[in-house]
Structure formats: structure tokens, C-alpha cells
Design a protein around this ligand. Structure first.
Ligand code: DQA
Length: 141
């Protein structure tokens, strides 16, 4: 089973970016973690560009590919990304993942414009959240 694991702005700095909040694991560690799941081929990508992230969601829609998405700051305001994610509904599952628990942080992080079109949300478990999401996708395949 092939899945796309898409990460939004500033997540390319994972490992060194505010480690007290996001932990010290990098996106390479996320790839390694998911490579450990048999029967799963995870394509981990990161971009700082809203345009590119939306194009990857379009790619997932066209190929009916399940998606694990950490939209990073786009979570809180990108209606364009939400509209793209809405196209996945009924086509392939989308799981929203956050390393931190946005609800325990600043008020502006409390709202996600993505959650309403996601199958589920996993937040606050660091990179283990990606593994939990992958497990869920694999068990439903
Ligand atoms: C994040 C939470 C967002 O609020 C923040 O903008 C991020 C990372 C997380 O994984 O905890 O960049 O999505």
C-alpha cells in the first residue's frame, strides 16, 4: 500500500526547530519509522509552498492515494488547502497529524480548517503520531 506523507512549512527543520515543542527527531526519522511498517510504502515529502502542497493533494486525488498530512501553520488558515483536501473525501482517506498538541498552545492554533475534511486527527505524540496514522491506514486497506 502506497501512502503520501505530506508536511507543510518549516517542518523541513524538524530535529532542530524548537525541539522542546517538536522533539529532536527529523523527517528522515519519520521516513525510517514508516519504512519499518511492512506492507506500506511511505513517500515522505515536505514543502514550504502552499502551491506545491496543494499540487501533491491533487496528485493523491488523481491516484486515489491515502494521505497523512501535517499542514503545519497552513492548518490554521489555508482554505485553499482545505478545499484541495475536500476533494479526497470519498476517494481516499486523509489523516491530519500534528507533532505537538495545538489545543494546549496559543489560541490561534486551536482552530484547524483541515480537520473538518479529515478522517481523523492525531496530535501531541511527536513523530509517533505518523506511525499511529500509518497503522490506521494499513489496518483499513
Ligand atoms: C504543527 C502545529 C502547528 O500549529 C505549527 O504551525 C507547525 C507544526 C505540529 O506538528 O505540531 O508548524 O503542525
Amino acid at each position: 500500500m502506497r501512502i503520501l506523507v505530506l508536511n507543510g512549512p518549516n517542518l523541513g527543520r524538524l530535529g532542530t526547530r524548537e525541539p522542546e515543542i517538536y522533539g529532536s527527531a527529523s523527517l528522515e526519522d519519520v521516513q525510517r519509522l514508516l519504512d519499518g511498517y511492512s506492507g506500506l510504502e511511505a513517500d515522505v515529502r515536505q514543502t514550504d509552498s502552499e502551491t506545491e502542497l496543494i499540487s501533491w493533494i491533487h496528485e493523491a486525488v488523481d491516484a486515489r492515494t491515502p494521505v497523512i498530512l501535517n499542514p503545519a501553520a497552513f492548518t490554521h488558515y489555508s482554505y485553499a488547502l482545505r478545499d484541495a483536501c475536500a476533494m479526497l473525501q470519498g476517494v481516499a482517506p486523509l489523516i491530519e497529524v500534528h507533532l505537538s498538541n495545538p489545543h494546549a498552545r496559543e489560541t490561534f492554533r486551536h482552530n484547524s480548517v483541515i480537520s473538518g475534511v479529515a478522517k481523523g486527527v492525531i496530535a501531541g505524540f511527536g513523530i509517533r503520531g505518523y506511525g499511529l496514522a500509518a497503522e490506521s491506514l494499513r489496518s483499513e486497506a
